[in-house]
Design a protein around this ligand. Structure first.
Ligand SMILES: [Zn+2]
Length: 475
C-alpha cells in the first residue's frame, strides 16, 4: 500500500442514472460502499477536454482557459478552428503560452516531491490536458495513441503486452490493455501518489450507437469488468490506498443535424460550431453582441445564449446570460456562445434529445450543453480517506475533484476555485456546507432561457439549463 495514495478512475461520458447495478455491478457496489456524491455535475460546456482540464486544475473553465473542445484562437490556428483533440495544436498553444492558466495536479505533485502517473485511452488532446506538464518533469504517461505517452512506459507496455489493440466500439480491448498497464507496470514501477486512469467508454460507443444501445451497454460492462480487476488489485494491498471514481459529463440523444455554417452565413468566419458553439465576432461591442444575440434567438435551432462582454464579465444584453455565471468567461472565450435546442424543456423523467452540429448520426449520444443528462456525472470515493456507506447530497462539480485529491494527499489547494469535499472525508466529521438554490432567466422576443443553480457556500454549481423559442421545440 502506498501511504495516502489515490487512484482516480474516469468513465468517460457516464451518466449517473446509467451507472446501475445491472450494467455496472462493480462500480455500483464500490459507490454504495464508499462516499457517494449523488448530486455531482459537469462543467459548461460539458465537453471532455474542458472537463479533464477542470478536473486536474480544480478550476472552472473561465479560470483555466481551455474554453471549449474546439474554438477560435488566431494565434494558434490563423485561419481555422483550434481543435483541442490534436496533440500538435495543443503543443503549439502551450509553446505560445495561451493554453492553460492554472497549475495541473501533476505539476502540483511534482512541486511537492510526490509522484504522479496517467494511463489513458482518451484522445491525445484529453490525455495531454489531464497529464499537463508531466513529460517535462518525468512523470509517466501511457496513451493508446502514438506520440503521446512517455517513451519508457510505452516501451515497457509493448515489451510486456505486445502491440496496443486497435480502436473499436466498444473499446474494451484497449481499456483492458490500459488497465493491465496500470496494475502490472505503473504501480510496481512508479508507485504513484496519485494516478489517473481514463476509460474512453462509454463515451465513444454511446456517440456511435446511442445511450441505451446494446453496444453501449456492452461498453459499460467492459469498463465495469476492468474496474472489477482494479478492485481486486486494490484488495491485494499493492496499489493505492484510495480510489475515486468520476465521469466527465453525461450524454443525451442527438435527434437531428443542424448545418450551422449554412444557417449563419454572415458569421461563417467567426463560427466555431458544435453542440456548444462560439461566435468570435471580429468587433465585439455591446451593440454587435446584442444584435448577434437577437439574430440567434430568432432561430429555431438556438438553445441557451451566453455573452462575454469585453471588459465587463458580469454584464449581459437582452436575451442572454453572462458566461461568467456559468464559471465561463475568459479572454479566450467567444463574445457570444450558444447551445442547440433540446427537448423537453424542463420536465423531469422524459428522455432528453438535442439537435447536433455533426460528428454523430441521429440517435447517437451527444453532449456539450446544459440538460440534466449532459451535466449528470458519477463521483464517489472509497478507502481510508473517505466515509464509508455515506451518501452526500451536497451538490458538487468537476472543479471540486482536484482540491479534494490535494487535501487527501496533504497538499495545499490554493489557486483552485473548487471546494475540497470535506464532508465526504473520514475522520474530520466536517459539516455539510450551506446550500441554497437560484434560477436565472433571460428572454427576448419569443426566445426564453433559464439556468437552475445551487449555491454551495456561495459558489454556483449548475444543475441544468433550458430554453424555448420560435417554432416550438424541435423533435
Ligand atoms: Zn468525455
Amino acid at each position: 500500500m502506498i501511504d495516502g495514495s489515490t487512484l482516480l478512475v474516469c468513465f468517460d461520458g457516464l451518466r449517473r442514472d446509467r451507472a446501475t447495478t445491472d450494467r455496472m455491478p462493480n462500480l455500483a457496489g464500490f459507490m454504495a460502499a464508499g462516499a457517494d456524491m449523488i448530486n455531482a455535475r459537469s462543467v459548461f460546456p460539458s465537453e471532455t477536454r474542458v472537463a479533464s482540464t477542470s478536473t486536474v486544475t480544480g478550476c472552472a473553465p473561465g479560470l483555466h482557459g481551455l474554453v471549449a473542445n474546439q474554438f477560435i484562437n488566431r494565434q494558434v490556428v490563423p485561419d481555422g478552428l483550434f481543435n483541442t483533440a490534436s496533440h500538435e495544436a495543443l503543443g503549439r498553444a502551450d509553446a505560445l503560452g495561451v493554453l492553460i492558466d492554472r497549475e495541473s495536479l501533476g505539476q502540483r505533485l511534482a512541486r511537492a516531491g510526490k509522484s504522479f502517473a496517467v494511463v489513458s485511452t482518451a484522445t491525445p488532446g484529453a490525455t495531454f490536458m489531464m497529464s499537463y506538464g508531466a513529460a517535462r518533469v518525468g512523470q509517466p504517461v501511457f496513451s493508446v495513441h502514438e506520440g503521446v505517452g512517455t517513451p519508457v512506459l510505452m516501451e515497457a507496455a509493448a515489451a510486456c503486452f505486445g502491440p496496443i489493440p486497435g480502436a473499436a466500439t466498444p473499446n474494451t480491448a484497449r481499456i483492458d490493455y490500459a488497465t493491465r498497464v496500470l496494475t502490472d507496470i505503473v504501480y510496481p514501477m512508479h508507485r504513484p501518489d496519485l494516478a489517473i486512469l481514463w476509460m474512453s467508454d462509454p463515451d465513444i460507443t454511446s456517440h456511435g450507437f446511442g445511450i441505451d444501445a446494446p453496444e453501449t451497454i456492452a461498453a459499460q460492462r467492459g469498463c465495469d469488468e476492468a474496474f472489477g480487476r482494479i478492485l481486486d488489485f486494490w484488495k491485494t494491498g499493492d496499489g493505492p490506498e484510495n480510489i475515486v471514481v468520476m465521469s466527465d459529463h453525461g450524454h443525451i440523444t442527438g435527434s437531428a443535424k443542424v448545418d450551422l455554417a449554412a444557417a449563419l452565413p454572415e458569421y461563417a468566419a467567426s463560427l466555431s460550431p458544435g453542440t456548444f458553439s462560439g461566435l468570435y465576432l471580429p468587433d465585439p461591442t455591446p451593440q454587435t453582441i446584442a444584435a448577434t444575440v437577437e439574430r440567434l434567438a430568432a432561430e429555431p435551432f438556438c438553445g441557451l445564449i451566453f455573452v462575454d462582454m469585453p471588459g465587463a464579465p458580469e454584464a449581459s444584453v437582452p436575451g442572454a446570460l453572462p458566461a461568467s455565471v456559468m464559471g465561463g468567461g475568459h479572454a479566450r472565450s467567444a463574445p457570444v456562445s450558444f447551445t442547440l435546442r433540446t427537448s423537453p424543456t424542463a420536465r423531469i423523467g422524459e428522455p432528453e434529445t438535442c439537435l447536433f452540429a455533426g460528428g454523430i448520426e441521429p440517435g447517437g449520444g451527444m453532449h456539450g450543453g446544459l440538460t440534466r443528462g449532459e451535466l449528470s456525472t458519477v463521483l464517489a470515493g472509497g478507502g481510508p480517506a473517505f466515509r464509508a456507506g455515506f451518501v452526500s447530497e451536497t451538490p458538487c462539480w468537476l472543479p471540486d475533484i482536484g482540491p479534494t485529491l490535494l487535501t487527501i494527499l496533504g497538499l495545499p489547494t490554493d489557486g483552485t476555485s473548487g471546494r475540497a469535499l470535506a464532508e465526504t472525508l473520514a475522520g474530520g466529521n466536517a459539516p455539510a456546507p450551506a446550500v441554497t438554490r437560484r434560477a436565472l432567466h433571460a428572454s427576448i422576443a419569443d426566445h426564453e432561457q433559464g439556468v437552475e443553480q445551487w449555491l454551495v457556500d456561495g459558489r454556483p454549481i449548475t444543475d441544468f439549463g433550458w430554453s424555448t423559442g420560435r417554432d416550438g421545440v424541435p423533435q
